[in-house]
Design a protein around this ligand. Structure first.
Ligand SMILES: C[C@@](CO)(OP(=O)(O)O)[C@H](O)COP(=O)(O)OP(=O)(O)OC[C@H]1O[C@@H](n2ccc(N)nc2=O)[C@H](O)[C@@H]1O
Ligand SMILES: Nc1ncnc2c1ncn2[C@@H]1O[C@H](COP(=O)(O)OP(=O)(O)O)[C@@H](O)[C@H]1O
Length: 300
């Protein structure tokens, strides 16, 4: 195995608001949400293998399996390339080893798994020099999860549909205190719940404010998960705050790093907290541009 040829930082995301405006015939919910990235990142390192295998080493043993979204993304792109008669694509693509350092808590509504998957698609497209269009890559990504397209897009955006219709946005890049209460929320169980509000009036984008938006999952998650309610009430003492995605993570908005750090110091021991900065561009974009300038692709 050679040394890493590409290292990328896959960011987490926040849903600054999340409205449910309807439901599709297949049961999926039509959303309106504002995505912004944060500088809490997973680290992915891609190395060339001497054979044609795709392998993964993940720092989180729980996720070190074949169904990790990173491996699923890598196989999906390889299958796409091998089954499409694309010019310039080698018949046998070079094997890749991926080293994944998890820093983003999973199952908390921060989208870490989707971000890792999108980052893998972007990295392998570049390393294998696959001439796939941005739209085709978005379609491929959406098959892995509803949040993958925003990470492929790489820019903060107002999202509609199930997250695939993206309009670039530039919300203020504030500081946030993200809290992960010691509880996991199942996305599926929230979306299946009869009490979930599903008919919020569509927003007159781009006219949104913190006050005229909300997270439609929050009241239900609060009721079903008292620990989330407790953490949210704690955070609301210090800052405007709400749930991200279907939870369980919460975020409070701060205008300075120092203020957010001051509140983090008061955080009860049973919850994990992170002070992070909102980012309107994913760090992966700049890192890929840099790598492409130094022409780190594979001539196998
Ligand atoms: C609602 C969001 C907002 O960002 O929540 P988080 O997962 O980040 O908390 C996401 O769109 C979630 O994306 P993701 O977690 O990738 O969801 P998926 O795996 O595609 O779907 C999990 C399950 O949730 C339900 N689901 C998901 C998205 C959606 N718009 N409508 C739904 O009804 C479906 O029952 C689906 O089987
Ligand atoms: N690389 C990965 N990182 C995180 N979770 C992963 C990964 N691969 C598969 N998963 C699975 O996907 C689920 C959703 O993960 P994630 O995207 O981090 O959270 P969320 O959907 O709550 O925002 C996890 O509970 C985990 O079982």
């Amino acid at each position: 195995m050679t040394k890493p040829v590409l290292s990328l930082s896959a960011p987490a995301k926040l849903n600054l608001f999340l409205h449910i405006v309807g439901r599709r015939a297949d049961g999926y919910h039509e959303l309106e949400t504002l995505f912004q990235f944060i500088d809490l990142t997973d680290e992915l390192r891609f190395s060339l293998r001497d054979d044609q295998q795709l392998t993964l080493q993940c720092s989180d043993a729980e996720l070190n399996q074949a169904d990790n979204l990173v491996l699923r993304a890598a196989h999906l792109l390889r299958d796409y390339a091998l089954h499409h008669p694309l010019p310039r694509v080698q018949k046998h693509l070079r094997g890749i080893h991926i080293d994944l350092q998890k820093n983003i808590p999973h199952g908390g509504g921060l989208g870490g798994g989707s971000s890792d998957a999108a980052t893998t698609l972007l990295a392998l497209k570049q390393l294998w020099q696959i001439p796939i269009s941005s739209q085709e890559l978005l379609d491929l990504g959406a098959r892995l999860g509803a949040d993958v397209p925003i990470f492929l897009h790489g820019h903060a955006a107002f999202a509609q549909g199930i997250g695939e219709k993206l309009t670039p946005a530039a919300p203020e890049e504030l500081w946030y205190l993200v809290i992960h209460p010691a509880v996991a929320v199942s996305t599926q169980s929230i979306f299946q719940h009869p009490d979930l509000p599903r008919a919020t009036t569509p927003l007159n984008w781009p006219h949104w404010t913190w006050r005229n938006t909300q997270n439609n999952c929050e009241a239900l998650v609060r009721r079903l998960y008292p620990e989330v309610a407790k953490a949210l009430d704690w955070l609301l003492q210090y800052a405007p705050a709400r749930l991200t995605g279907t939870g369980s993570c919460l975020f409070g908005r701060f205008t300075s790093h120092e203020k957010a750090l001051r509140i983090l110091q008061k955080l009860p021991n049973n919850w994990r907290g992170y002070v992070v900065k909102g980012l309107n561009e994913s760090p992966v974009c700049a890192q890929l541009r840099q790598a492409s300038l130094s022409n780190r692709t594979i001539q196998s």
